[in-house]
Design a protein around this ligand. Structure first.
Ligand code: GLU
Length: 514
């Protein structure tokens, strides 16, 4: 049982579209908050103004709301700790960096980009990598290497400078991670990261820690890529004198490529033809469009279900979870340490399961929308019947639209191969006979139709293939589709006969090559 009032946050940077890994992070935060009756906050981390991408913030909010992930506090929701956008909080951070300058855990650094580049080159020559840290800071132009008077002159002259954290020597920094256990790092490995840039804006590290502290965040649940930053964050809590309020950390495993090694990237999606973004994203500069789950026909509940299981396991065989069931079952100790292999086929399977659960009305409405976008207008009755016939055969509603397209529009072309190679010489006359038979049928349902045709084939000793094949070609245009009698029922008597009539001259003229 959680004793503290759980407060978690999802803190994306609007530097591009949200990758599905980001949505999963938001989801786990959401599940955790809801499970413990806590709050979830959406904080926009936009202090790196150079990397901002137009439309990214709106994309993030839209994607999260499509996935059904709601927030208690945030840019749109407001809340006691507003503003929730870091660019509007810039006045807050200075105080904290000043505190660190005063207690000696941060220092001014005046090195120009050129000076730093020179150092880098010199290190490179000796096959070493330059890092601004315990060992190199004495070589640099910073307040640790100058008198107080010198420092004051530079500050008065407004010489451009940054503020860096002073990583202590020879300390063991311990990150208690709820998924990984204790992660220990020697402080000498860490670099003196910039906390405040020359433009007076905080870097991610400072703003992130200060905001987590001020927003009373109890659990930081985020992607594994932030684990290397966690020791610095732990140190910052100590340096800011708020170690008592340090949140607990949980670093989520990576989502891996379908092959199982390396982080899933946009390129994998492009290569294999599956989306890695929740919604379509149009790059504002190149105009390039990347596919999204929403536009690819995924049902949001299916998307959430498959994401939840990418890195978390419920401890039993169950795979289908509603959001409410996820909230009830979720726990951080069932989040795996190892990366989760992405499985695009399994994602389709999830969608199929949810498609089958859709009500007739929902299915019909979705199909109607897709068809009307294609300029096809179909009666409600036909839509209903088509959906019930196809529901179990497809993974997406758009597949009903494409696979059952022949239902909505009579074929204009017929599969050439079948027409010329597979139809027997007697096919036209058999079709004429079956047309007569069907015309006599008064009850137009699949069962009666099947019985009438079966009886006729038995009495006339006609092998099924000889007649069913050309009949299917007449009605569908190819050999695809569900049971022919179901198709006839769906099409109606009038339409079935008219399709046979339309096809008869075609098959009569077909030059058979068998
Ligand atoms: N702004 C960071 C990001 O873009 C947040 C990382 C964190 O959750 O601490 O993912």
């Amino acid at each position: 049982m959680m004793t503290k009032n759980v407060r978690v946050r999802f803190a994306p940077s609007p530097t591009g579209p949200l990758h599905i890994g980001g949505v999963r992070t938001a989801l786990y935060n959401y599940l955790f908050a809801r499970k413990h009756g806590g709050s979830i906050i959406l904080r926009i981390e936009d202090t790196d103004q150079k990397r901002l991408v137009e439309g990214a913030e709106a994309y993030i909010t839209e994607a999260l709301s499509w996935a059904g992930i709601s927030f208690d506090e945030g840019v749109r929701e407001g809340g006691a700790h507003k503003p929730y956008k870091q660019s509007e909080r810039c006045h807050i951070y200075r105080k904290y960096v000043d505190l660190m300058l005063e207690n000696g855990t941060a220092y001014y650094a005046f090195d120009t980009p050129e000076e730093l580049e020179k150092l880098r080159e010199a290190f490179n020559k000796e096959k070493k990598v330059f890092q601004y840290d315990i060992n190199t800071r004495s070589l640099c132009r910073n307040s640790l290497n100058m008198s107080e008077a010198e420092l004051q002159t530079l500050l008065e002259k407004k010489v451009p400078h940054v503020i860096r954290v002073k990583i202590p020597e020879n300390k063991e920094v311990v990150v208690n991670d709820l998924i990984r256990g204790q992660v220990k790092v020697k402080s000498d490995m860490l670099d003196d990261k910039v906390l405040m840039k020359a433009d007076g804006l905080p870097t991610y590290h400072l703003a992130n820690v200060v905001d987590d502290y001020l927003m009373k965040i109890t659990h930081v649940i985020r992607g594994e890529e932030w684990l290397p930053s966690a020791p610095l964050h732990v140190l910052l809590y100590h340096f800011l004198g708020c170690a008592d309020s340090m949140p607990e950390f949980a670093h989520l495993p990576l989502i891996l490529k379908p092959e199982g090694h390396g982080k899933l990237s946009k390129r994998d999606g492009d290569k294999h033809g599956f989306p890695v973004f929740p919604l379509n994203w149009k790059d504002p500069l190149s105009g390039e469009v990347s596919a999204g789950y929403r536009e690819s026909g995924y049902i949001p509940e299916a998307f959430v279900n498959m994401l939840a299981l990418l890195g978390w396991n419920p401890g039993d065989e169950n795979e289908i979870f509603s959001m409410q069931e996820l909230i009830e079952s979720f726990s951080l100790d069932r989040v795996n340490k190892a990366g989760a292999k992405f499985n695009p086929e399994k994602n389709k399977w999830f969608n199929q399961q949810y498609l089958r659960k859709l009500s007739e009305e929902e299915l019909v409405a979705d199909l109607k929308k897709i068809l009307s976008d294609k300029g096809v207008d179909v009666s409600e009755d036909v839509l209903k019947k088509t959906c019930s016939l196809y529901k179990e055969r497809v993974s997406f509603v758009h597949e009903i639209a494409s696979e059952a397209f022949f239902v909505f529009k009579a074929p204009d072309v017929y599969d050439e191969k079948v027409l010329h190679k597979k139809c027997k010489p007697e096919a036209p006359s058999l079709l004429e006979s079956i047309r007569l038979l069907l015309n006599q049928n008064t009850s137009w349902d699949a069962v009666s139709l099947k019985k009438a045709v079966d009886d006729w084939m038995t009495s006339e000793q006609i092998p099924a293939g000889k007649i069913m094949l050309p009949l299917r070609l007449a009605l569908v245009g190819s050999l695809k589709g569900p049971d022919l009698f179901d198709i006839m029922e769906l099409l109606s008597k009038e339409e079935t006969l008219s399709r046979i009539d339309k096809f008869l001259p075609v098959i009569k003229q077909a030059k058979r090559t068998d």
